[in-house]
Write a protein that binds this ligand. Structure first.
Ligand code: C5P
Length: 219
């Protein structure tokens, strides 16, 4: 069974998806981490942002895999490096590149064929797993999402300004929604869950109930 969780940046998808996967005994796939890993690889090689062919070629050449919730880029654990602000600022050169997307979508589908999984991103229920048994669209208000991002960056030792984080997030939402391939849209058959005012535990509990109900009706 595949459970997809799509939604905008800062909606809490990664944390929720990981906990939901644990609760259901499923594997967990963080697809944003894969786009981030491609950005890390490109930044390290100082590829020009405008050289879409070089980014696509690099995406196909590097090895991206997950091991115990860590992401490995050519064998190196880059789980922390992919979260840095300068990576966030450059990840769109991977995410907006149709050939990078095509390659990562194939990788995601291959991982999905190996068993039950909770997967999160922007296009999981629409493009990558259109036949998923349970689709969730997880969202929260822009201010709430920016607050969470600020907390997250503080914990990483950065000193972000709320206004700057909010402005960057609005720009990212805009790009996510308007991308020509794999845009962020709610699948018609996805269930929307708005997380403002809900605790993490509430959200996970609600999603686990939805997934279990879907599983029951699918068997
Ligand atoms: O979710 P996260 O912020 O880690 O995602 C990093 C970037 O990768 C996002 O800004 C989004 O544009 C992109 N992304 C995507 N498709 C996905 C997952 C993430 O385009 N399935």
């Amino acid at each position: 069974m595949i459970v997809t969780i799509d939604g905008p940046a800062g909606a809490g998808k990664s944390t929720v998806a990981r906990l939901l996967a644990e609760r259901l005994g499923f594997r967990f796939l963080d697809t944003g981490a894969m786009y981030r890993a491609v950005a890390v690889a490109a930044l390290r090689r100082e590829l020009s942002r405008d050289d879409a062919a070089a980014w696509a070629d690099l995406a196909r050449r590097v090895e991206i895999r997950f091991e115990d919730h860590r992401i490995l880029l050519d064998g190196e654990d880059v789980s922390d490096a992919i979260r840095a602000s300068h990576v966030t600022a450059h990840v769109r050169y991977a995410a907006d590149n149709p050939q990078v997307r095509e390659h990562l979508v194939q990788l995601q589908q291959a991982i999905g064929r190996t068993g039950d999984m909770v997967t999160e991103g922007r296009d999981q229920g629409t493009v990558v797993f259109p036949h998923a048994e349970c689709k969730i669209f997880l969202t929260a208000s822009p201010a709430e999402r920016a607050r969470r991002r600020v907390d997250d960056l503080r914990q990483r030792g950065e000193a972000p300004e709320f206004a700057a984080v909010l402005a960057e997030q609005i720009a990212r939402d805009e790009r996510d929604a308007n991308r020509s391939v794999g845009p962020l849209v709610k699948a018609p058959d996805a269930i929307e869950v708005v997380t403002d005012g809900l605790s993490l535990d509430d959200v996970v509990h609600r999603l686990a109930a939805l997934a279990t109900a879907r599983k029951g009706s699918a068997t």
